[in-house]
Design a protein around this ligand. Structure first.
Ligand SMILES: [Zn+2]
Length: 134
């Protein structure tokens, strides 16, 4: 075999491997997206009975998105799904925010993991984070 043929074979192998690696990352990314989605559903179910959520004072919508639970868990920042107004409310007295805070941390870790896998494509992922208050 001459050197040129060997070079072509080596190049082909490199291309196939890098293509496979990219495909694997994308697949792993899809798994992480589904995990994040499940964590958001869990977080939404967990926070609803814990905090004094109010409907949006601007548009009256009850569809909300969690933005951030405070470091102490005593308050939560959320926003209206409809008009994006940012709202906050406090923990109902006697309730323990620990589980919700833990899930929020899990979501943050998963988002870091996802960003490492698929980079800026993360913005194209449709993760439904909306929940309805009573
Ligand atoms: Zn609104």
């Amino acid at each position: 075999m001459n050197l040129f043929v060997i070079l072509i074979i080596v190049l082909a192998v490199i291309i196939i491997f890098s293509y496979q690696a990219k495909k694997n990352k994308k697949k792993k990314g899809e798994v992480v997206v589904r995990e994040i989605q499940k964590l958001y559903w869990k977080l939404n179910d967990t926070v609803i009975p814990l905090y004094n959520f109010k409907k949006c004072p601007t548009c009256g919508s009850k569809a909300m998105n969690i933005r951030n639970i405070s470091p102490t868990g005593k308050s939560i920042e959320y926003s209206c799904e409809h008009c994006d107004e940012v709202l906050s409310c406090t923990l109902i007295s006697g309730k323990n925010p620990r589980k919700a805070m833990h899930i929020q941390e899990e979501i943050k870790m998963k988002i870091i993991e996802l960003r490492a896998l698929i980079g800026d494509e993360i913005h194209n992922k449709n993760i439904d984070i909306t929940f309805k208050i009573n």
